[in-house]
Write a protein that binds this ligand. Structure first.
Ligand code: PLP
Length: 258
């Protein structure tokens, strides 16, 4: 227990534009009412248009950061974003295997909002083999879910494949599909997914995936169950996206405020 807000251990990469990555996570977790404990996995060179370089932190240093926090403060939820390399993912998985009960939100980040690759190819196997079995809520977008379940014919089958891999819930996000509405589907609680529909806001956003996953992790830390955390996380994200600002030449940044 803590006498302050519940703590979310957030393991992610830095985006120096502050739109996505661990800066986005810190803002979203704070605005949603929890306290972020940030563990940096990688530096990126990035602006609001796209990323041009990724420099991973040594895996041992990522694991040591996590262990220092976990040994000291009561972590109520864990949120994972960019892991960048298979070595970092394996080190993170090894730490989490010794903390089996803390809810984990895994955003399987593979590319930047602008399309640049942020993760090495070999990361996908570690996500599937080591992290999916430990995941409470996986939040892939349409591109990521195709990469994680490439042999399945449609979105339903892909999400069910990832449940079979051990994720307790899968939020399959439709933001990068066409259409006036964004249709997100939450799989895991029964035969039929919960279908969550949102009007598509005009413009392109930087960090919407990080923001949603972090808001969900904060709500789990505050005691929500997964469907309630996802509903609340989506409502917060929609509000922050509606208030987004455009500080540079590229995508808009969600205004993550309480
Ligand atoms: N993490 C880092 C460090 C990033 O730079 C990015 C994208 O640029 C992401 C995660 C994913 O961003 P989004 O929330 O837009 O999917």
């Amino acid at each position: 227990m803590t006498n302050g807000p519940p703590i979310v251990l957030v393991v992610a990469g830095n985006d120096p534009s502050g739109g996505a990555g661990i800066g986005a996570d810190i803002q979203a977790i704070t605005a949603a009412g929890a306290h972020p404990a940030p563990v940096i996995t990688a530096l990126t060179v990035q602006d609001t248009v796209n990323a041009s370089a990724v420099e991973p932190v040594p895996p041992r240093l990522v694991a040591d950061q996590m262990r220092a926090v976990l040994a000291d403060v009561p972590v109520a939820a864990v949120k994972i974003g960019l892991l960048a390399t298979a070595g970092i993912a394996a080190a993170v998985a090894a730490v989490l295997e010794t903390w089996p009960d803390t809810p984990l939100v895994l955003d399987p980040v593979l590319v930047a909002a602008g399309g640049a690759r942020l993760s090495e190819e070999a990361l996908v196997d570690v996500l599937l083999d080591r992290l999916c079995p430990r995941t409470t809520l996986l939040t892939p977008n349409a591109h990521e879910i195709r990469r994680l379940a490439p042999d399945e014919a449609d979105g339903d089958a892909r999400a069910r494949r990832l449940l079979a891999r051990g994720c307790r819930w899968v939020l399959a996000k439709g933001g990068d599909e066409a259409g006036d509405e964004i249709v997100n589907r939450l799989y895991g609680g029964g035969a039929e997914p919960h279908v969550l529909r949102w009007p598509r806001l005009p413009g392109a956003f930087h960090g919407s995936g990080c923001t949603l996953a972090s808001a969900c992790a904060a709500r789990l830390a505050l005691g929500d169950d997964v469907p309630a955390a996802v509903a609340a996380g989506q409502a917060l994200t929609q509000r922050w996206l509606a208030a987004a600002f455009t500080p540079g030449r590229g995508q808009s940044i969600p205004l993550r405020r309480p």
